[in-house]
Design a protein around this ligand. Structure first.
Ligand code: KIV
Length: 276
């Protein structure tokens, strides 16, 4: 047996993504389950197992309650469903802010137990040294600046960032510090017009925007938002499907058929073998 297993399809690597700076825009969506990952894989460069999983799949009010175990389970599912895309897993709130070694232990656990090739952290001012520590030990890190969902309790809600000069300066600084620490790409979320372009021009690694304008090197959306699974979506989301309506219609038709004994029909039942 060969020492190296040859996969038929080579996955996109973190380095491939870094090399896309200023080239064809990077396509990224979140994914949390194997069947959705399987559908998205062909169309995406990056599948992000976002901690948004807590809100969109588990019904939590924000991402603060998401655990490492939840990220591992969903990361494993997305890895099973995909072959080609780079899979990046969010480090949940509390798993990297408490010290370099804690962050390293949790990041390696995420990677070993899922097989994913990279992690993402929300890069407030204190996080750049953590990124550097992880990168120097062989862990590809994607950074996230601007609106930081894990800081929602401190911020008093989800609100667009970079509306005043001081906040813009700090976000630009977070992005620069992320690059200097070795992040292979930077997600920019929910920033006022113009800032994403300024950051994209200022740093040498790709920026991936969400609610951050087309001035980024790529885009990411929460897949459930773009599929129309919620009755409300943020301003920056474009809905490419209306699955909420489709699912409600399907459930309504199913309920009608069950109540009218139209389901199951002859084609949907098993018959015993004829004797003799
Ligand atoms: O958790 C997530 O889905 C994210 C995206 C919003 C980028 O971090």
């Amino acid at each position: 047996m060969s020492a190296h297993r040859e996969d038929t399809v080579r996955r996109v690597s973190a380095l491939d993504i870094t090399q896309r700076k200023g080239k064809t825009p990077i396509v990224c969506l979140t994914a949390y389950t194997a069947p959705i990952a399987e559908i998205l894989d062909e169309h995406c460069d990056v599948l992000l197992v976002g901690d948004s999983v807590g809100m969109v799949i588990h019904g939590l009010p924000n991402t603060v309650g998401v655990t490492l175990e939840m990220m591992i389970l969903h990361g494993q599912a997305v890895m099973r469903g995909s072959k080609k895309a780079l899979v990046v897993i969010d480090m949940p709130f509390g798993s990297y802010e408490g010290g370099h070694e804690i962050a390293y232990a949790n990041a390696t656990r995420l990677m070993k137990e899922t097989g994913a090739q990279a992690v993402k952290v929300e890069a407030g001012p204190t996080v750049a040294p953590v990124i550097e520590y992880l990168v120097q030990r062989g862990i590809p890190v994607m950074s996230h600046v601007g609106l930081l969902p894990q800081a929602v309790l401190a911020d008093g809600g989800f609100r667009a960032k970079g509306k005043d000069a001081e906040e813009r300066r700090r976000i630009l600084e977070d992005a620069r510090a992320s690059e200097a620490a070795g992040a292979f790409a930077v997600v920019i979320e929910g920033v006022a017009e113009g800032l994403a372009r300024e950051i994209t021009d200022a740093i040498g690694v790709p920026t991936i925007g969400i609610g951050a304008s087309a001035g980024c090197d790529g885009q990411v959306l929460v897949v459930d938002d773009m599929l129309g699974l919620f009755d409300w979506t943020p301003k920056f989301v474009r809905r490419y499907a209306d699955l909420r309506t489709e699912i409600a219609r399907a459930a309504e038709r199913y309920a009608e058929d069950v109540k009218a004994r139209r389901f199951p029909g002859p084609a949907e039942i098993y018959f015993a073998k004829k004797a003799g």
